[in-house]
Ligand binder design. Structure first.
Ligand code: ARG
Length: 569
């Protein structure tokens, strides 16, 4: 972790200068506003109180102590600040050496050894098209899954499929009347969804439908064979359809444990709540009063005895704590379910479950501007098809202009570019914001897009192929004593990767990594415009090592996000 190593050297120096300090606050480390002022900065303010000295004096002492510190070429005190310039040779050795040694693990700090994280993500509802929210949950959750795993955590990925609930009573009633086996087989999700929408409308002016729906769900919860057989079939067909999307996105799960998985535990869960003296009856329904926390009551069972989403999530949380003894459990669910998550945590806190502290609602905003057929629903496979079609046109355009060398598999590249565009668009900004779905912007090869990063990556490959130096050759890092400003900037950017990965994990926010990769790609492009690599004499070998490192960093970053790095495009 190059940059951390330099930061730690500075903190070690401060500790040595002031052995009386019990702890050194992280905030003393900053980055100067302008790279011309230095690469790292220590500010003395946060130490003034503990040391009972004016900040300026503290800065002077730090600067004196740090003179000649290995790894730094210049120390410059400015009032209460001390700016440090990294020694480019030390920097190049650290960065280029680590990229070559760690390879696919370059940029991944070791954060989570011995810790377990459960990630609950995607979680679409069977018999319904993938919701827009489920696309976001899938993309964000899968990125977090990879980020945690890359940083040393044990990760358990769970697809908490929406496969239980009173709505299936209605669907089963509809199937009883209109069941058309051939239509179900041909297009299961679409068929079920249309039946469901039709019957929800009819239910509004036909009370017998509501009654029958309730009966069917009761039968399902009681394990009635006819109900279970039909439900199982609908579940399997839905899952088969979802799997096509997961396959294209390269997403998988350790467990597909839908809500139905927790059925056998619902009684026991209610019993735990009852024994804690928390269960109340309210007009036949079972609730937990949360008014002391200014929340509406948590509904655990409806008056007809049917279980609720909240009860099933309560059972799921307990089962996960038992099975995986997690340190963190991430719920990658849209912001509209904030109250549900608060109620879930509140009930667990009242039950005295300390592990509930580790449960985090990894919330996210809406997708705006995506054309949908009905309500908020999309047929995701069609969206992915459109992405691939649109990017195919772009790739072919590039080919005609002669930007692409050699034979390429246009279809495979178009698929990777199209999906890369969708994934990056979803991840590039803070997840709590709404995102806009704008094809032109997402597919802009020169913009802040997935294809832009894939293109930068493919350029690194092109350079290495042209120079026939696919493996890192011997080079003299001493050359960087004469590093240009672009060399320095690119090396510093490379060194910063592990900080970006760390921030993404700590905040459960992949956009830090996205923004970092955009910056790295831009820095690389500027560097490459200003420096000859192949045929640059004594600079050729050291600069090829830089290209190798950039390629490693971009490739690793893209893979973490779930985007395919492309050799040619
Ligand atoms: N199926 C739910 C929905 O579509 C999302 C489930 C999220 N996970 C959970 N443990 N509640 O809204």
């Amino acid at each position: 972790m190059p940059m951390r190593r330099f930061q730690e050297a500075l903190l070690g120096q401060v500790r040595q200068t002031f052995p009386e300090l019990a702890e050194i606050p992280e905030q003393i480390l900053t980055v100067p506003p302008d790279p011309a002022m230095g690469d790292l900065c220590l500010q003395a303010f946060p130490l003034a109180k503990a040391l009972r000295r004016p900040p300026q004096q503290i800065a002077e002492e730090i600067a004196t102590g740090a003179a000649g510190l290995p790894g730094f070429s210049k120390v410059d005190q400015q009032g209460p600040y001390v700016n440090f310039f990294l020694d480019p040779v030390a920097l190049a050795k650290a960065v280029l050496g680590e990229a070559a040694e760690r390879g696919e693990a370059y940029g991944n700090p070791e954060l989570g050894a011995g810790q377990t994280v459960v990630v609950d993500y995607s979680s679409p509802n069977i018999a319904k098209p993938f919701g827009i929210g489920h696309l976001r949950s899938t993309v964000i959750g899968a990125a977090l899954y990879r980020l945690y795993r890359a940083t040393g955590y044990r990760v358990v990925g769970i697809n908490h499929l929406g496969d239980w609930g009173t709505q299936f009573g209605l669907l089963l009633a509809a199937c009883e009347d209109e069941g058309d086996e051939a239509a179900l087989e041909a297009d299961p999700v679409e068929y079920c969804y249309r039946l469901y929408v039709d019957y929800s409308k009819r239910r509004d002016h036909d009370v017998t439908i509501a009654d029958r729906a309730r009966q069917w769900f009761k039968r399902l919860e009681a394990g009635d064979q006819a109900a279970v057989v039909l439900w199982t079939r609908i579940r399997e067909l839905s899952l088969r359809e979802f799997d096509q999307v997961y396959g294209r996105l390269g997403v998988s799960f350790d467990y597909v444990r839908g809500e139905s998985y927790y059925n056998q535990r619902l009684e026991a869960t209610l019993e735990v709540v009852r024994e804690a003296g928390l269960l109340q009856e309210d007009a036949g329904a079972l609730i937990v009063d949360l008014s002391d926390l200014d929340m509406p009551p948590g509904l655990l069972a409806k008056s007809d005895g049917a279980s609720t989403y909240l009860l099933r999530d309560l059972a799921a949380a307990m089962s996960r704590a038992e099975d995986f003894s997690f340190d963190r459990c991430l719920y990658v669910i849209g912001s509209p379910q904030a109250l549900h998550m608060q109620q879930l945590r509140a009930v667990l806190a009242k039950l005295g479950c300390p592990w509930a502290e580790g449960m985090v609602h990894v919330n996210f905003g809406h997708i705006l501007g995506m054309k949908t057929r009905e309500g908020n629903l999309i047929f995701l496979n069609q969206v992915l098809d459109e992405a691939a079609q649109r990017s195919r046109a772009k790739v072919e355009e590039n080919q005609q202009r002669g930007w692409t060398e050699g034979d390429i598999d246009v279809l495979a590249i178009a698929e990777a570019v199209g999906l890369g565009a969708i994934i990056f668009n979803d991840l590039k900004q803070n997840r709590v914001h709404d995102i806009t779905f704008d094809w032109d912007r997402m597919l802009n090869f020169d913009g802040d897009s997935g294809p832009y990063l894939q293109y930068a990556y493919s350029r690194t490959g092109g350079i290495l192929r042209k120079g026939e130096c696919e493996v890192v050759a011997e080079y003299d890092a001493g050359a960087f004593a004469q590093a240009s400003e672009h060399d320095r900037a690119l090396l510093v950017a490379l060194a910063n990767m592990s900080l970006a990965v760390e921030r993404s994990v700590v905040d459960n926010a992949p956009h830090h990594l996205c923004q970092y990769l955009l910056e790295l790609a831009t820095m690389f492009s500027r560097w490459y415009t200003n420096h000859q690599v192949l045929g640059s004499g004594e600079w050729e070998a050291p600069r090829l090592a830089v290209v190798h490192a950039v390629r490693q960093a971009l490739g690793n970053g893209l893979r973490l996000l779930g985007i395919t790095p492309l050799e040619r495009m």
